[in-house]
Ligand binder design. Sequence first.
Ligand code: PLP
Length: 746
Amino acid sequence: MEIYLDANATTPVLPAARDAALAAMAEDFGNPSSIHSTGLKARALMDGVRARARRVLGAGQGRLLFLSGATEGIQTAVLSALSALRELPVRPELLLYGATEHKAVPEAIKHWNALLGLNLTVMAIPVGRDGRHDLGWLKAHAPRAGLVCTMAANNETGVISDLDGISQALAGSPARWMVDGVQALGKLPLLLEERRIDYAPFSGHKLYAPKGIGLLYVRDGAPFTPLLAGGGQEGALRSGTENMSGIAALGAVLAALEAGGTFRDAATLDAYRDRLAAALQQAFPGLLFNAPPELCLPTTLNFAVPGISAKLLLDLFDAAELRVSGGSACSAAKAQPSYVLEAMGLPTWQTASSVRMSFGPVADDAFIDEACARIRVCGESLRDSCLDPSAPGQALPADGLTRFVVDGACCYLLADAASQRAVVIDPLPELTERLAQWLRCQRYALAAVLDTHSHGDHASSAADLWAAVQQVPGDVDPLGWPRSADRLAIGASHLTRLAIPGHTQDSTAYLLHDAGQLRLAFVGDTVMPGALGRSDFEQSAPLQYAASLARLREVVGLRTLLLPGHDYDDRFATTLAVECDAQPLLADVLAGRLDAVSFAAAKAELERDLGLTAYQTIACGARVDAGCALAGSEMALADLQALAVQHPGLLLVDVREPYEQRLGQAPELGAQVRRQAVALSGLPDALVQWQALPAGTPIVFFCRSGNRSAQAARALRRLGHAEAWSLRGGLALWPRATVADAALAI
Ligand code: PLP
């Protein structure tokens, strides 16, 4: 069952609110502007909810309008304040907003500032390391400001603003003051009238009402300009027939707030936060909280774990059916650093790897217990995968090939569980710590660290890796190969090498043999998916490139899997056959239609045309190959279920990482379906096996959201296996226990 810990993004709808909404749709469906009895009933309901909101918010004599949500409330407030500034004989100079405001605020300010032709200077009020506004700065700028916007509590960190301090800093300022109350609703007393607040927007869906209903408080006497003109509803302040089911639902939530009993009190919420914090610290010993807990809403925990990306943590939590978000929900899809944490001056790694866990005030003991238990299991899973640098675990012995990609550059780790040895090919400086920590945790010895060539874009980090694991490489050549050996054993497999000068003078392919059979080849930049390596470096050997390609073909043939040194668009691997189809130059040289000199000349011309970013552009260049446009490789869940019945040979492959696979249940499709677990990082190895399957065998990949599995299906299709599919929407769309009841814990 799902544990929903993303309440700052939205909440499920309280059962009483659902009932109220349904009743407003079914029985009390009137239009509150109608003067017959049905309309009058609707008006009475609406007036009742407004009166409740007035009490709950301390709105006093102020106006309260129903509208669609906080974004509309923010627009209305900003439009109102700025329209009034336009009328002033002497205009103020500044429009100020807190640096950690929700994007709706600065965007609305900039939008209306330009549209109304005010063109005032818009400035962000700096915040301190604790996330709170710099009151000295505000006091200094307030006399020149026309509008000041400061949120009551931050959606990402939960940091509670010092509204009384802000109010004092604004004393004597002509500025109107908007307080975004979205995250504070039901959690903090806002005392809207008592404080000097002019406008305060709210969204119902952050506190168990449905989406599409919100409130705007406007202080008595504060300027007002309607955003929507029309039929004159809401006293002509906001035209449009009211969202009665939303209002009824919001009314039920406010009633629950007033009555008590549904929402936990502050002390209980504090205790829940402490329990979650303790579970997190136990699970991830290096974890840091990004804001001081004593200044935050108890329902929000924002943290980062050194050495572990937010993406990894989100995948891990999601596999355990713990729904959390990275930074704020709006920017989560883009995996950008959090501007909120940046404004607080946190280090870059922390701003880029933050995770937010937020719960609603109806959470109960059982819900928090279950959340803590799952957090601990997530920590164990990570430790057992040797991925938490701060905590050694009971590692599952790793075996086989793993690939890492940093900005398109590929590094491979070949591990053998039986001999506890590992070889790293094309080490990358960014991975040194991670690989070293993994080797230490697994207690594997480094057998070799090999480079396929002296790289143009980075120095080899082989020496750093050896040093980090406190081992010595022995007598090796500049690419890391043991001088006295012609083969390098790694368990039952072994590596040999093949000189293929061209991209660089020292370009070398490493061939992996299993039980006497050539399994695959690491070819560096000599052949990449969609491109050949550049040959215009100082260390290039352009005239030897053609002969090297011919030699490679002679030794590995057309169908052996080639693992490249760069992969910019998730193609994973290739073969000479696939590349001959995509790259005419390669086809020509392998067919003997070009000699070394004409090949070098043609290649130089191509490189000149494409410029120095050739690898990226050439990959989807002159000929659109199958890898660039593989539409139609996704299938819906219903199609997969049908296929499982029709095709007993179906192979279902879970491409999530092992730490996720351990936690999440895999979909049930019947006993006849063959299953395999191959993390995306282990895909290159498995591609060899799947290439060998009969052509008509359907292989369906699945993951959490459908992204990684789509990459896997496309990679296999490019290699010629047409029956490769991915499950659209991933496990997220797989039917499961209802979300809302679990999250409400009622
Ligand atoms: N302000 C804050 C602090 C928020 O957290 C949000 C939503 O995340 C908004 C404004 C915008 O609310 P809505 O999208 O409901 O209009």
